[in-house]
Ligand binder design. Structure first.
Ligand code: NAP
Ligand code: ZN
Ligand code: ZN
Length: 347
């Protein structure tokens, strides 16, 4: 066992506080990672505030982990001490079910271990995330990060990156495709960068007029203010695919109208309250709504390699752990351009 330093919350209404806990003794196939940076995902905020239900406390959030390998078990082949490495939303899965065998570990039939607010495969040992000094993870769930990359900007790829990369790939974003990204936050800004890097024509769909210039800078070709009814009508049928990253209830029917015949809205935003789905924008142009959950481990590695090659990294504001409460307040208000990245060397 090793003592980990962390920041935790004790209830949905309490502030973050310094906390220590025991990480398990690394086994033969485990990798011990000294965490350098961890991104703050809106899913952390949903779970800290128990907006989805079922949150467990104390909670150490964090599933956008980038750091350096401190030690490896004797059967570990992929990593050695000193390597850069990452961990995303999953730290283990059954490895045997149909989804695991297809590389869709995020849809494992169970047991599956999410990085925090879950349990190890034994079903009883709580998992604690990346707002901490180090983590012990089976090498199958540790991602390779090319050495020399800016880890504070790589960390958010482990969730925001893969969550947008996966539906972009699955629905064919690339040259000749018109892709809308709805909601320009942590996920959205990665969606714009990734879709542009894949060669698609990218349109930002945002409720915040002040983000227009950022959209262009991030690689988008156009910007539509979703509250501008005339602009929405003018752009009816323009897009092949929309990646919807909005974190709260919103007008999904209006977004559907922007899709061409047979176009797809891939929903990744995880609104705690149900969305209203009007029939007509869907049936009149046989459009479809799909869901998407992060990505499997092999696909996450593919995404990291793609980002390293294309030099696609998150735009971050680095914070110290003691600033977590104010960062959460700002994230609630949408006041971050575009991801907070916690410097864990300052624990
Ligand atoms: P974020 O940084 O807070 O960005 C969300 C964006 O949505 C905001 O920047 C804003 O964009 C827009 N928005 C927020 N509230 C809105 C409202 N009431 N109406 C309309 N637009 C609103 O959050 P994030 O970290 O990108 O996460 C986004 C969502 O994805 C969260 O629900 C998160 O839990 C979920 N998520 C899902 C997965 C998955 O696997 N499916 C993975 C990670 C995260 P504009 O200012 O441009 O309008
Ligand atoms: Zn996340
Ligand atoms: Zn499985």
């Amino acid at each position: 066992m090793s003592q980990a330093k962390a920041y935790a919350v004790m209830s949905p209404t309490s502030a973050f506080q310094p906390w220590t806990f025991e990480r398990r003794e690394p086994g033969d196939r485990d990798v011990v990672i000294e965490i350098a940076f961890c991104g703050i995902c809106h899913s952390d905020l949903h779970q800290v505030r128990d907006e989805w239900g079922g949150s467990k406390f104390p909670m150490v959030p964090g599933h956008e982990i980038a750091g350096r390998v401190r030690a490896v078990g004797k059967k570990v082949r992929k990593f050695k001490a000193g390597d850069d490495a990452g961990v995303g939303c999953l730290v283990n899965s059954c490895g045997k079910c149909a989804n695991c065998r297809k590389g869709l570990e995020q849809h494992c039939a169970g047991p599956v271990a999410f990085t925090y607010n879950g349990f190890e495969l034994d079903g009883k040992t709580p998992t604690y995330g990346g707002y901490s000094s180090h983590v012990v993870v089976d090498e199958r769930f540790v991602l390779k990060i090319k050495s020399g990359l800016p880890l504070e900007r790589v960390a958010p790829l482990l969730c925001a990156g893969i969550t947008t990369y996966s539906p972009l790939k699955r629905f064919g974003a690339g040259k000749g495709k018109r892709v809308g990204v709805l909601g320009l936050g942590g996920l959205g800004h990665m969606g714009v960068k990734l879709a542009a890097a894949m060669g698609a024509e990218v349109v930002v769909l945002s409720g915040t007029a002040a983000k227009k210039a950022d959209g262009k800078r991030l690689g988008a070709h156009d910007f539509i203010l979703t509250s501008d009814a005339a602009a929405m009508t003018k752009n009816t049928g323009r897009l092949d695919l929309i990646v919807d990253t909005v974190s709260a209830p919103h007008d999904i029917g209006a977004a559907l109208g922007l899709l061409n015949t047979g176009g797809t809205l891939a929903l990744v935003g995880a609104s705690p309250k149900p969305l209203e789905l009007p029939a007509f924008p869907l049936i009149l142009a046989r459009r479809q709504v799909a869901g998407s959950l992060i990505g499997g481990i092999a696909e996450t590695q593919e995404m990291l390699d793609f980002c390293a090659k294309k030099k696609v990294f998150a735009d971050v504001e680095v914070i110290e752990p003691r600033a977590l409460d104010s960062a959460y307040e700002r994230l609630t208000k949408g006041d971050v351009r575009y991801r907070f990245s916690i410097d864990l060397s300052k624990l």
